[in-house]
Ligand binder design. Structure first.
Ligand SMILES: *Cc1c(COP(=O)(O)O)cnc(C)c1O
Length: 285
């Protein structure tokens, strides 16, 4: 599936946006790219997919949608949840359960050991996806994205996409050495991101990690993120509230060339994030 490209204008600058958010309501963005190999796998190859991690995770929702389409069982392990979250009727967790995800809570004191033991005595019909997305499988999907970027005919020298684990930005930079790839960490700081990426490969020259002017904590509400997201919405494209606003702010402040931005998805989480903003008394200003 070829995702389309939109043009948007911000501060009088033109940006191109690769609309990976439009691929599917649930299975979109870089999670679609990361699950690419599994999506190409015939249904009968597996009976069950197992994964684990956070309950607001975009990966969790994408895997749930894939398993529904493939008729695979999906078991998702988390640490114990708050009662509020358990009963929420919006957001990724709620949607994933509606798609058939079976959720199992593991007590804090056993969690680490439990996750470490997931691959022991596995049946060949069961596949485990690590938090953040399966790494080796991700590579192939990002290469397909890279090919689409090359073939788009858009004449820019720079790309941008936000980072959690950094898997997407790193593989993109490795697959497209002829472009500069900008990213920014959503989890921890650049030192942490560099460490995560270095575990996968040597970081190539063409990857640039921008430094935000202040440190943000992952998935927390910030008024400047809300305002940036609104500005993007006014420009014509909805982005997620966790990863995208920080990178857009950095791009506007620290670059001046034409940029091709790869939409990483995550829009499905906006409703529950917006609730958290309004609980904090934060509204678009
Ligand atoms: C998962 C995710 C990311 C981070 O991707 P990594 O490959 O882990 O760096 C960025 N943006 C959105 C919207 C995501 O869901």
């Amino acid at each position: 599936m070829y995702s389309p490209v939109s043009e948007i204008y911000l501060n009088g600058r033109r940006f191109y946006v690769k609309r990976d958010d439009l691929i599917d309501p649930y299975l979109a963005g870089n999670k679609y790219r990361k699950l690419y190999t599994l999506l190409q796998t015939p249904s009968k190859r597996y009976s069950t997919i197992i994964s684990y991690g956070g309950t607001q995770s975009n990966a969790m929702l994408a895997i749930a949608a894939m398993c529904r389409d493939k008729n695979w069982n999906f078991i998702y392990y988390t640490k114990p949840l708050s009662t509020t979250l358990k009963h929420e009727n919006i957001g990724n967790f709620y949607e994933a359960k509606n798609l058939g995800m079976k959720h199992i809570e593991i007590q804090h004191q056993y969690y680490k050991e439990f996750i470490a033991s997931l691959r022991l005595n596995l049946d060949e019909k069961i596949f485990v996806i690590d938090q953040g997305g399966a790494v080796e499988e991700a590579k192939k999907g990002i290469e397909v994205l890279a090919q689409e970027i090359r073939e788009s005919g858009i004449k820019v020298n720079s790309l941008a996409t936000p980072s959690g684990t950094g898997t997407t930005a790193l593989f993109l930079a490795l697959s497209l050495p002829e472009y500069r790839v900008y990213t920014v960490p959503a989890i921890g700081d650049s030192a942490y991101l560099i460490k995560q990426m270095s575990a996968l490969s040597k970081i190539p020259e063409n990857l640039t990690i921008l430094e935000p002017e202040k440190k943000y904590r992952f998935a927390k509400p910030y008024i400047e993120f809300l305002n940036m997201q609104q500005k993007l919405l006014d420009a014509g494209v909805e982005f997620d509230l966790i990863y995208a606003p920080n990178l857009w702010r950095c791009l506007l402040a620290q670059t001046n060339e034409e940029i091709f931005y790869i939409h990483s998805g995550g829009v499905s989480g906006n409703k529950s994030m917006l609730e958290r903003y309004s609980h904090k008394g934060l509204f678009v200003s």
